[in-house]
Design a protein around this ligand. Structure first.
Ligand SMILES: [Zn+2]
Ligand SMILES: [Zn+2]
Length: 380
């Protein structure tokens, strides 16, 4: 039987076709951001865009879309990739993609983060796709495995809703600590050298994150939600995005609390956000790169893949997202030399396919085949 999801090979015209569609879609999204900046761009980001950078990105994106479409047209038997790429590129041109010009933007209460989605997708693909292609862990796994579209929808929605998530996850911190006068603590933290401040932010949030993560594993009702994140059998840079809204909300709210209470500077906060965004993608990546002794200091793909392992005897380990020493302290550390888990995913559960179905499912049904008692579920 032919494997529909085997890796693409150079010379088939498929890679160029996929690149053409990818860049065409990003260019089209980019021009939509220009047409509707109030509704589609992030207010904090607007301040850092310069017209030259954006103009060149748009122009480069559209030209590359057409060039890759041409290569695909020449090489591929199936011309549909090239046609889709050309259509997307043409739409971007028709909407004015070659001659973008900034304009004054009115302030709105709510907006979607389409600009954040486009930029992060572009940067993550530029960093991680080459790494996964050159140093893959699972050599046979294609980028276009059976569930890549579902994972992409998770990635898209969490980025579009950046503002909503930001506001919602800050609420519990404000509710619990907003009434306290914490100016003294804030002054002390802000007087620390930047590196120390950043390190404290990373360690403290990882401790809170660790606690939230363990709660999601040990409470049988919450495990229904978090197990969606564990349902991925094809670990790659995009797979970490598969996280239920309830999971994101509670885990981020918990991690947010120390940041709010200790009052870190805007610079520390922004560096923290960028680091966590890249690192969370990194630990799910399909790459065998293991970083020598560094793997004992900071979590790596091998470390987090063990957290996703299929072997029941190794469940309940490696909850820390950034620092393995936190698992060491709490006795949940597992890193056997250079060994990797045989597989990832859930052997005893089944989720429906697709974002919306997975969103509703844990509220109404138990994804696990055997109805274990709550206390038996807690060994995860
Ligand atoms: Zn987990
Ligand atoms: Zn994970």
């Amino acid at each position: 039987m032919e494997n529909k999801h085997k890796r693409m090979r150079i010379g088939e015209g498929k890679i160029s076709g996929a690149l053409s569609i990818f860049l065409g879609a990003l260019s089209l999204g980019g021009i939509l951001c220009f047409k509707f900046p109030e509704q589609l761009t992030t207010p904090e980001f607007r301040e850092v865009y310069t017209p030259e950078i954006v103009e060149n990105l748009m122009l480069g994106g559209i030209i590359a879309t057409f060039l890759f479409a041409l290569v695909s047209l020449l090489l591929a038997n199936n011309k549909k990739y090239a046609v889709v790429g050309v259509v997307l590129g043409a739409l971007a041109v028709l909407l004015g993609g070659m001659t973008v010009e900034g304009r004054a933007v009115e302030k709105m209460n709510w907006s979607l983060g389409l600009d954040w989605l486009i930029l992060d997708l572009l940067v993550m693909v530029l960093i991680f796709v080459p790494i996964e292609l050159v140093f893959p862990k699972n050599k046979l796994q294609s980028k276009f495995h059976p569930e890549w579209r579902t994972d992409l929808v998770y990635f898209g929605i969490s980025h579009l809703a950046i503002q909503l998530f930001g506001v919602l996850t800050k609420k519990p911190a404000v509710a619990f600590f907003g009434w306290m006068n914490l100016d003294g603590v804030h002054t002390w933290v802000n007087e620390l050298p930047f590196v120390i401040e950043l390190l404290i932010a990373l360690v403290v949030t990882d401790l809170f994150q660790y606690a939230a993560h363990r709660i999601f594993h040990s409470h049988y009702f919450l495990w229904r939600f978090h197990s969606i994140h564990h349902s991925t059998e094809n670990m790659d840079w995009l797979a970490g995005s598969r996280t239920h809204f309830i999971d994101i909300f509670f885990t981020r709210s918990m991690s947010y609390m120390p940041l709010y209470v200790l009052g870190f500077s805007t610079l520390t906060f922004n560096v923290y956000i960028v680091f966590i965004a890249i690192h969370a993608v990194f630990i799910h990546a399909n790459t065998r790169i293991n970083f020598g002794f560094l793997k004992y200091i900071i979590t790596t793909p091998q470390y987090h893949h063990w957290h996703h392992c299929q072997e029941p005897e190794h469940y309940g380990n490696n909850f820390a997202v950034v620092f393995p020493f936190i698992d060491k302290i709490f006795g949940t550390y597992y890193l056997p030399g250079n060994e990797w888990p045989k597989g990832t995913g859930l052997v005893d559960a089944s989720f429906p396919k697709g974002f919306m179905k997975q969103f509703i499912f844990p509220f109404v049904k138990n994804p696990f085949k055997n109805d274990l008692l709550p206390e038996e579920r807690s060994d995860r």
